[in-house]
Structure formats: structure tokens, C-alpha cells
Design a protein. Structure first.
Ligand SMILES: N[C@@H](CCC(=O)N[C@@H](CS)C(=O)NCC(=O)O)C(=O)O
Length: 221
């Protein structure tokens, strides 16, 4: 049985979980040893020290994209990519845009959540928010050429972006800010959320983020 090491608040884990579910692969999900990827017990078996990772017998693989590509080779049907080579290449580029541009922009909001109110913090929030908006604005331009919307079926991009986008919106809202999504991104988000896999993955990440944000409220009150 394939073991997936994952945590519920991670979009990278949602990427792999979505692929496993889309392909109907049996798996067992476990939190990293000690509940954190920073523990020596976890890092003893996953040298990269990151989540997600999969284990099959004594074989271990880290990195969400490598895992998805491995699953795609081993279980090609249904494919997590379009049948059309150009569209498939665009979808891969889009997922890479998520991993290298959008997710880091959302992640830069995280350390600001627990900082005490100050004009300095406010300034940092505005800088991070502008960067996030810029990346969403570029995403809007990228999807104008339609790497996903003409596809006949879901692809990885459909279930990896929503958890990250909601994470950004929810964290900003918690810090008293809002961000209006560009129109095409908003439409894509709403359409993808009609799909059970996407709704489940986004819901899971949002639930974990909400719990983390609210724990902060309990602690400071
Ligand atoms: N490129 C990696 C990134 C995954 C990642 O950044 N995971 C975070 C948690 S969401 C993590 O494990 N961070 C610890 C680290 O990378 O050292 C992937 O796609 O799996």
C-alpha cells in the first residue's frame, strides 16, 4: 500500500492527494513522524525533509511534482494532463507557475499573521498583498490563452490553485485585508470548485488554515 506523508494545510500535499484520488489509487495518508517535517525521525526517512512524500515498501520519493509524474507513469489512465501535447505542456507550465510564483507569494503572508499590530507590519502586509495581486494578475493573463478551459477533463492545475488562492484570501481577511480576484481567475476558481475533488482539497486546506488562524485568536484573547 502506498503511504502518503502529508499535512492538511499544504497545497503541495493537496496536489498529490488530488492526483491519487483522480486516478483512484489506494493509499494511506500519514502525518510526518511527530506531526512535523522538521523532526529528525521524519528526516531520517525523507532526507529532503519536506512534505509531501510517498513511500512504497522501502522506496521513498519526495517533491509533489516528481510524485505526480511518477503516478502518471505508473497509472496513466485517467491522465492528469490533457491529451493534446501543447495543452499538456501549458498545463505543466501553469502548475510550475503555481509552485514557483503563487504559492511562495501566499507563503510570505504566513509569518505576518502572528506579528503584533504596528505600522511596520501593515507595510509588510501591503507589500506581500501587492506581490500576491501581481502574481494573480499574471495568472489571469496566462489563463487567457486557455491552457485549462479548453481541456476535456480536469488537470492537476485545477486542484492545486484553489487551495492556495483561498489560503491567500483567508489569511488576508484574517489580517483585516481583502483582495479582489481578477475576473478569469475568479471564474476558473468558481468552475473548478464544482468538481468534488477540487472542493474536497480546497476545503481541507481551508479548514486547516482556519483552525491555525483561530488558534491564534484564542491564544491572544
Ligand atoms: N517543491 C516541494 C515543495 C514542498 C514544500 O515546500 N513543502 C513544505 C510544506 S508545505 C515543506 O515541506 N517545507 C519544508 C522544507 O521544504 O524544508 C514539493 O513540491 O513537494
Amino acid at each position: 500500500m502506498l503511504i502518503l506523508y502529508a499535512l492538511p494545510q499544504s497545497s503541495f500535499c493537496a496536489k498529490v492527494r488530488g492526483a491519487l484520488q483522480f486516478k483512484g489509487i489506494e493509499y494511506e495518508e500519514q502525518e510526518p513522524h511527530g506531526g512535523s517535517y522538521q523532526t529528525t525521525d521524519y528526516q531520517r526517512i525523507v532526507a529532503a525533509g519536506s512534505i509531501p512524500a510517498i513511500q512504497l515498501g522501502d522506496w521513498m520519493l519526495y517533491d509533489s511534482q516528481a510524485i505526480v509524474e511518477y503516478l502518471e507513469e505508473m497509472y496513466p489512465d485517467p491522465s492528469v494532463w490533457s491529451e493534446d501535447p501543447q495543452q499538456r505542456a501549458e498545463q505543466r507550465a501553469l502548475v510550475n507557475y503555481h509552485d514557483s510564483k503563487l504559492e511562495p507569494a501566499v507563503r510570505s503572508l504566513v509569518p505576518l499573521v502572528r506579528q503584533p499590530d504596528s505600522s511596520d507590519r501593515e507595510q509588510h502586509i501591503n507589500i506581500a498583498k501587492d506581490q500576491l495581486f501581481d502574481r494573480l494578475f499574471r495568472l489571469d493573463k496566462i489563463i487567457a490563452s486557455d491552457p485549462i478551459q479548453n481541456a476535456k477533463q480536469l488537470c492537476v492545475a485545477d486542484w492545486v490553485f484553489p487551495p492556495t488562492i483561498y489560503m491567500g484570501l483567508d489569511i488576508l481577511e484574517h489580517m483585516g485585508h481583502s483582495l479582489k480576484l481578477p475576473n478569469r481567475v475568479e471564474r476558473w476558481l468558481q468552475n473548478s470548485m464544482q468538481q468534488p475533488i477540487v472542493e474536497a482539497e480546497a476545503g481541507r486546506v481551508r479548514g486547516a488554515i482556519a483552525q491555525w488562524l483561530n488558534q491564534g485568536i484564542e491564544r491572544t484573547n
